[in-house]
Ligand binder design. Structure first.
Ligand SMILES: NC(=O)c1ccc[n+]([C@@H]2O[C@H](COP(=O)([O-])OP(=O)(O)OC[C@H]3O[C@@H](n4cnc5c(N)ncnc54)[C@H](OP(=O)(O)O)[C@@H]3O)[C@@H](O)[C@H]2O)c1
Length: 252
């Protein structure tokens, strides 16, 4: 039975690093790299013979593709990284219906469905990593759906970590602040956007893998996200929201 890892959003900044680092693990035979962009997936395959590329649009029928592959091959799923995600910065009322649907689907339904289809193929020591965000620490106006979707993923992971204890399977919510990837726009109307405490994706992935190996239900990489988590706990939510709104409104 092949010991596999599954990484969604493998073509992106954080996902690509997860694929590369998991390929280095001796106890993993294959890393299923899931993404929409075939060329980017092909270049990941060049990194290691362990990479198996799976082209799928998770916002449409992607979980069906993965679930058929799993039932066909019956692997031992050692690691599942639910990393693919999407967001929208701006007023909720300006969002298209498809954008609203995709955020719910990609950030909430897809990870839940993938956990549901992989759990029967997981055994003692298996790990689930769900990429949430520091946006889950408080409601974020102008990033309203994104931050709400990340709360879902954080709370779901933590509860699941308790439920799965008896099977010795862990679930970890990974909650970074700003990460230097293609997800973040760099300019708005010619103005440079500044991201406080931005960290690189390697820092996120190294800590996430360490924390999940320890069975932690949360992984918060970088001093900024740690501080922000603490600050959001001790400060009234309306104050945190208005400070956030002031800092972000100039870029909208
Ligand atoms: N960057 C940050 O500041 C930050 C902070 C906290 C949390 N996060 C979270 O980290 C995760 C990874 O983001 P990232 O920063 O690495 O951004 P990224 O480089 O833009 O990667 C996003 C990944 O999601 C994939 N994806 C998007 N829509 C998809 C769909 N419909 N079907 C399949 N895959 C899809 C993208 O694939 P394509 O190449 O096909 O578009 C890409 O591989 C996300 O969940 C994000 O919310 C990011």
């Amino acid at each position: 039975m092949k010991r596999i890892a599954i990484v969604t959003g493998a073509t992106g900044g954080i996902g690509g690093i997860f694929v590369k680092m998991i390929c280095l693990m001796d106890d993993i035979d294959e890393v299923w790299a899931i993404g929409r962009n075939k060329d980017k997936l092909d270049s990941l395959c060049a990194v290691s013979q362990k990479v198996v590329s799976v082209t799928a649009d998770l916002a449409s029928d992607g979980t069906d593709v993965i679930s058929s592959l799993i039932s066909e091959r019956s692997p031992d799923v050692r690691i599942l990284v639910n990393n693919a995600g999407t967001g929208y910065m701006g007023l909720f009322e300006k969002m298209e219906k498809d954008q609203v649907r995709d955020i719910c689907r990609l950030n909430c339904s897809v990870p839940s469905e993938l956990i549901s289809v992989t759990l029967p193929y997981m055994h003692e020591g298996a790990r689930i990593l769900n990429i949430s965000s520091a946006s889950s620490f408080q409601p974020n106006p102008y990033l309203a759906m994104y931050s709400a979707s990340k709360v879902y993923l954080k709370n779901f992971s933590r509860a699941l970590n308790v439920e799965l204890k008896s099977r010795k399977i862990t679930a970890t919510a990974v909650c970074p602040g700003w990460v230097d990837t293609g997800m973040l726009p760099r300019t708005k109307d010619g103005k440079e956007i500044k991201y406080a405490g931005m960290i690189d994706p390697e820092t996120v992935v190294v800590k996430a893998l360490k924390d999940s190996a320890k069975g932690k239900d949360m992984s918060v990489p970088g001093a900024f996200a740690k501080y922000f988590r603490f600050y959001s706990k001790i400060t009234p939510t309306n104050i945190v929201m208005s400070q956030w709104s002031r800092s972000i409104r100039k870029y909208l």
